[in-house]
Design a binder for this molecule. Structure first.
Ligand code: SAM
Length: 416
């Protein structure tokens, strides 16, 4: 077994370098599992979407290109496209070679390819799934929302008294009850904690915090002093788009609302790396570059891509399909960066585009970025990290959104 594979099995990150660009393959399950002490995220629960297997996964680019050309003849001619669609096609053409090269490098990593089918399988079978899943978004909009409470069940009997919430009697450990909505709830211990809400169980990783609320309350997370701000801010907004599937999964917001996200105010005075997930729409890209990033104070950004593959290594869809590209964009930029910061508190400035390759999990679930980008985060270490519009928690992270406990349901976990 090579050192790269050994390191991948431990970290979930496999680095490939190709033509001066960086290509990395991620196994989100391995990365996420570093957050947990008593539980495991089960691969079969994470990789729950089934993808049709392409028999010739190692098909050459030439074969792929000829299929795409045939398909293009069947689709609209370029002159039928409007101005922004033509701009989107041009951008896609620029990304295309870069992405095909990244995919080729990934397919040529033979040891990694041999591991792929194993990554999505679970060694341990999952307990039978309960049919009902909490609908945090709907519950949060009810008049009763301020009355809902969640119980955190700590195994430690002698937990200090400054955790907020109120205590319930002696249960062999300590149970602390918190108001569930619009409240910052933290597991400040160094081990996973189980929590209970309306007879569902949730797993909270060590040193994780969450704040479940609507956009109107996001300002409650802004620290009183920017020295207590965040060094890494990941944002995956519910962008408006026409997808019926997305509409069924979570609500979206008009893009202009994101201008009011207090990103600058959340940033640490010593600098912050901002990671923004984006769909491929041209109008959105223009809005982000011309309005959103200036409003948030984000500068010096680079564009990275997330290329989605199946367990057999092939892309999840054709690279040239206009509205269903098998990739998404990730813009990475900096806030509050002083010119001499990288010397005062060393970090590796993010200067080039990367391609992140991974097998997607549930609808719209993004691969975790903290471990991959840790050397590029400015400010004091360990970095303070926050995810906005989160659907899961991470050890040492703060997660905000209207359903940050979504993927913390115990049905996604097995006990170690
Ligand atoms: N990054 C997440 C992941 O990897 O699973 C996906 C985030 S998804 C694109 C956007 C999230 O924003 C959804 O959970 C959605 O419910 C949430 N959201 C939508 N409207 C919101 C609002 N008004 N306030 C807070 N969160 C909202």
């Amino acid at each position: 077994m090579s050192d790269e594979v050994r390191s991948f099995l431990d970290t979930g990150i496999y680095r490939l370098v190709r033509d001066g660009s960086k290509v990395v393959f991620l196994d989100p399950v391995r990365i996420i599992n570093h957050s947990y002490t008593r539980f495991w995220v089960s691969p079969s629960a994470y990789y729950s979407r089934s993808f049709e297997t392409t028999t010739a996964a190692l098909k050459t680019d030439a074969v792929e290109d000829s299929r795409i050309l045939k398909k293009r003849k069947r689709t609209r001619a370029p002159r039928d496209l409007n101005e922004s669609e033509r701009a989107a096609v041009k951008r896609h053409q620029e990304a295309r070679t870069f992405l095909l090269n990244a995919h080729k490098a990934f397919l040529e990593a033979a040891e990694l390819q041999a591991l792929l089918p194993e990554l999505v399988k679970s060694e341990v079978s999952l307990p039978t799934r309960r049919a009902s899943e909490q609908k945090f978004i709907q519950l949060g909009s009810l008049w009763q929302a301020p009355l809902y409470e969640i119980s955190l069940c700590f195994r430690n009997k002698n937990l200090s008294d400054d955790t907020g919430g109120y205590r319930l009697g002696d249960h062999g450990g300590t149970i602390i009850v918190h108001q569930l909505y619009n409240n910052l709830i933290c597991n400040e211990t160094n081990e996973d904690v189980e929590a209970e809400f309306q007879s569902n169980r949730y797993i909270l990783p060590s040193r994780s915090c969450f704040h479940m609320s609507d956009l109107q309350q996001v300002r409650n997370l802004v620290p009183a002093h920017s020295k207590d701000g965040f060094n890494f801010i990941v944002i995956d907004p519910p962008w408006e788009n026409g997808s019926a599937c997305q509409k069924a999964v979570y609500p979206t917001l008009p893009n202009r609302y994101f201008l009011y996200l207090p990103v600058k105010e959340l940033a640490h005075e010593g600098g912050a790396l901002v990671a923004l997930w984006m769909t491929n729409r041209e109008k959105l890209r223009i809005f982000v570059e011309n309005e959103l990033f200036p409003a948030w104070g984000v500068t010096k950004f680079v564009l990275s891509y997330w290329l989605k593959v199946k367990p057999d290594g092939s892309l999840i869809g054709e690279l040239d399909l206009f509205h269903h590209r098998p990739y998404e964009c990730l813009l990475l930029g900096y806030i509050n960066l002083q010119n001499d910061d990288s010397r005062a508190m060393p970090f590796e400035y993010l200067g080039i585009n990367q391609v992140i390759v991974s097998i997607p999990g549930d609808y719209s679930r993004k691969p975790p970025l903290g471990q991959l980008l840790k050397d590029h985060i400015p400010g004091p270490k360990p970095a303070k990290c926050i995810e906005l519009f989160a659907r899961e928690l991470g050890a040492g992270w703060t997660s905000w959104g209207n359903e940050p406990l979504h993927f913390q349901d115990s049905k996604y976990f097995v006990e170690r």
